[in-house]
Design a protein around this ligand. Structure first.
Ligand code: CA
Length: 543
């Protein structure tokens, strides 16, 4: 399946700049000068693909997850899902309890009895992973594999080597002279042996660790003596190269070679259309340029890539987009943060600003838009919950506007119930509302009606709206109106004189008629969204 988003990417020279040197505005100017129209239009206006994040932090760890994804593929394809972000297929040090980000062995997809004799991952076995990917591919859904390259965890044995202690809160501050430390940096992969790769990892392959068994009471990050942290990383804590575990030194030629080898191996292992790149704010900005170029040359095709650079700072995201030369999309963390605040403001959020500071608004071609993910969901590390009442409004924004490649969170679609510890150490039971009914309606509207030019009316404190006037191929128009406060109305140009519109959400039941100029006054309930579609022959069969 050819995915139009693959062809969007335009390579522009890396901008060599200080991280704070390029403002969003300057970068946009620069891109527009060099790429002209690219920011303004989609190459294929008729393509309305939708991604799903196919897991959440508390997805059932019974080993049946790959089987469920395989079984769900036909229904998801029918609903309009065109790409699925799979959870990490690789073995975590926590074995069957590891969500996958505590990565231990990149080459164990649930095939080797480690740790504790456990073969499968949280999600199932290697064979089941491949079958799930094939099932999705066979139903026209692209699979994006989760790539965890920043760190490794669960080394089998300790090594002694020389390191410098640095502060957690300021990684540029040394806490003392170099000394010998002892840490779990030895990875021989005894269960796998030399299958798929003969590389054994040693302390030389890591830039830093956070554990020294010779002095466990000394809380520090232990940086390898001869190797400063990479400069082309996020600048939080002075330098955010180190996140956790054994931090990979991606400047080491053996590490670089191994990660390219793994990427090629992964492309051969299963039908993968692209990658979701984990924790990229902790990895040298130039690393993935080289990695992706090598993999695309090997595959002979474009690979869709979306990176997790989790920050609400638009200028930082702009810098990263510039640095990667447009090779990858980024998750729209600022948009998710706006949704979080709007949902918590009880109607006091200025809805005119809902897109302010977002990738969706400033770099729509590089934005993967989202409402929630496995890190923002309740009890998780970056918890930034979007309250249930606001989710239909947020999903209407990402699914029915023209900007961005939207990603639906599986726990929003199916709902979820789980228990876990909060930041205060207490146990909590969480119940996430199932929004499948409304999301399916929005997906239908996305496929059938969200086409062509867009007129925006982000012009009222509570109530905003927009219209899509259609194309030759999808001629029927759409008007969306939503309010985080009281019920609202809005005059909007829907481009269709003397046409009739009905609200396919079912929230309102009257018919609205446009005037001879193609305008109409549309309505929505308080704290709600209505999606008005143009009535025509065959509409009732669609609904
Ligand atoms: Ca790193």
């Amino acid at each position: 399946m050819s995915h139009p988003f693959h062809d969007l990417r335009k390579r522009f020279e890396s901008i060599s700049n200080e991280q704070t040197g390029y403002t969003t505005c300057k970068l946009r100017e620069w891109i527009e000068d060099h790429l002209g129209h690219v920011l303004a239009i989609k190459p294929d206006a008729e393509f309305n693909g939708t991604m799903m994040q196919g897991f959440h932090w508390y997805s059932d760890g019974d080993g049946q997850h790959w089987n469920r994804l395989a079984a769900d593929a036909p229904a998801l394809a029918a609903a309009g899902i065109s790409g699925i972000w799979f959870p990490p297929a690789t073995k975590g040090f926590g074995g069957v309890n590891d969500v996958g980000y505590g990565i231990y062995d990149l080459f164990d997809l649930g095939e080797f009895p480690y740790p504790n004799g456990q073969v499968r991952t949280k999600y199932g076995t290697r064979e089941e992973f491949i079958l799930a990917a094939e099932s999705c591919r066979n139903h026209g859904i692209e699979v994006y594999a989760d790539v965890v390259f920043n760190h490794k965890m669960g080394g089998e044995f300790q090594e002694e080597y020389e390191a410098i202690p640095v502060s957690f809160s300021n990684r540029n501050q040394e806490l003392g002279p170099p000394r010998m430390i002892r840490s779990y940096t030895g990875f021989d992969f005894p269960a796998r042996g030399n299958q798929y790769s003969t590389m054994k990892w040693r302390w030389q392959h890591f830039s830093a660790v956070d554990y020294n068994s010779l002095d466990p009471g000394f809380k520090a990050i232990w940086r390898k003596v001869d190797k400063p942290f990479n400069a082309e990383v996020d600048w939080e804590n002075g330098n955010y190269d180190f996140l956790m575990g054994c931090d990979l030194d991606v400047d080491h030629p053996e590490v670089r070679g191994e990660l390219v080898h793994w990427g090629k191996w992964m492309l051969e292992a299963a039908p993968i259309a692209g990658f979701r790149l984990d924790a990229i704010k902790h990895i040298e900005g130039d690393f993935f340029n080289d990695w992706l170029d090598q993999l695309e040359a090997y595959a002979g095709r474009n690979l869709f890539c979306v990176g997790e650079y989790w920050t609400t700072k638009l200028d930082t995201l702009s810098w990263y987009i510039g640095n990667t030369g447009g090779r990858m999309h980024l998750f729209d963390a600022p948009l998710q943060n706006n949704f979080h605040h709007a949902s918590r403001s009880g109607g006091a959020f200025d809805m005119r600003t809902i897109l302010n500071g977002t990738l969706m608004k400033e770099f729509p071609l590089y934005a993967v838009t989202l409402v929630e993910n496995h890190d923002t969901q309740p009890l998780q590390a970056l918890e930034a919950v979007v309250e249930a009442w606001f989710k239909p409004l947020a999903y209407a924004i990402i699914l029915l506007r023209s900007e961005g490649y939207p990603c639906i969170f599986t726990a929003d679609y199916y709902g979820a119930n789980y228990t876990g510890k909060g930041r205060d150490g207490q146990d909590y039971s969480i119940s996430l509302t199932r929004h499948k009914a409304i999301i399916d309606i929005l997906l239908l509207a996305r496929r059938m009606f969200a086409h062509g030019p867009q007129h925006s009316y982000l012009d009222h404190f509570n109530c905003i709206g927009w219209t899509r006037v259609g194309t030759a191929q999808h001629p029927h128009a759409l008007a969306v109106i939503l309010s985080d406060g009281p019920a609202g109305t809005k005059w909007m140009d829907v481009g269709k004189p003397l046409a009739s519109f009905q609200d396919i959400t079912g929230h309102l039941h009257h018919i609205i008629h446009s005037n001879a100029d193609g305008w109409a006054e549309f309505h929505c309930n308080g704290g709600s969204v209505s999606v008005w579609v143009e009535q025509h022959e065959g509409l009732s069969e669609l609904l």
